[in-house]
Ligand binder design. Sequence first.
Ligand code: NAD
Ligand code: ZN
Ligand code: ZN
Length: 337
Amino acid sequence: MKAAVVTDFGKPLEIQDLPVPEPGPGQVLVKMEASGLCHTDIHAAHGDWPVKPNPPFVPGHEGIGTVQAVGAGAPADLAGKRVAIPWLGSSCGTCRYCVSGWETLCESQVNSGYSVDGCYAEYALANAGAVVRVPEGVSSFDAAPLTCAGVTTYKAIKVAKVVPAERVAVFGIGGLGHLALQYARLVGGLVTAVDVEPEKLGLAHRLGADQTVNARTHDPVEEIKKAGGADVAVVLAAAPKAFEQAYRSLNRGGRLVMVGLPADNAAIDVPIFETVLGGISVIGSIVGTRQDLAEVFALHAAGRTRVIAETRRLEEVNDSFDEVLGGRAEARLVFEF
Ligand code: NAD
Ligand code: ZN
Ligand code: ZN
């Protein structure tokens, strides 16, 4: 099978011919139809984060395809079903996080396309308990970006507890951001979209953002304050500066939701006095659960969200990384098989 492989950090990915893997106990083999390119895959290939993957590895955690083979002990009725392979490749199932609906915090988790091979390949293995069925009303092409960009931003809006008429500032209108702003609107939020690329702001406007701010030409803090300040600021840019601006754009009682993962374990200054007196919350949010993803698919099947994505061939993986890094992708890129 064809696969895009990270052979070393910072090196271009190689298209290799690998044997089709056999599903082990509890696993399924998925024949890939569509596989989204998340910015996390670029961080993975560059070894950007404190916890690193081990090259060689196959990235990708927005994989959609049909179950071709079922390993021992995995539910036989999964055969032939269309499923999503998300970031959470498996979790222990018994720890305090797993049993309370927070499997995304499990300390024994395995991550698709990071600690195990992922979805930049014609076939991928997945743990049967981690995959999520894709409903008929959702195309594989739309389902791919929903599997990380969708579920992650859906969860971010949930943990921020946005209520109608609150202002939600979304920093970074890329793969994640174009969906974040839609979930913020779904719960009644007024949306300010912040990016550094005019095309991204045009997209945000078309998707219903109430205010757009180009952070390259305008100070987002000033512009957001002019509009009444943000009650929630969700940061999806991989730039530390955006986190500081987001913090400073908040009203009293505001919630900063950190989602983007800049390289080098970046930090921001959080002034204690202002945080205490302003009753500010700083929240880290990591992907979403299988249940969250099922909800994301249900909303999409009901016509409540739009996925903006363009297809690429797996052979174009390195150019595709450059497109995303250069801010030239409209929103999401999806490899089609
Ligand atoms: P993306 O490249 O598609 O989008 C990032 C956007 O940020 C782009 O539109 C870019 O123009 C914009 N941007 C860059 N600098 C900016 C700035 N200073 N101010 C405002 N906007 C700016 O990336 P993506 O796939 O949407 O992922 C975004 C980040 O989220 C990555 O760091 C990724 O690793 C992380 N991520 C986190 C989780 C999680 O669970 N916490 C899940 C998925 C992705
Ligand atoms: Zn992702
Ligand atoms: Zn666990």
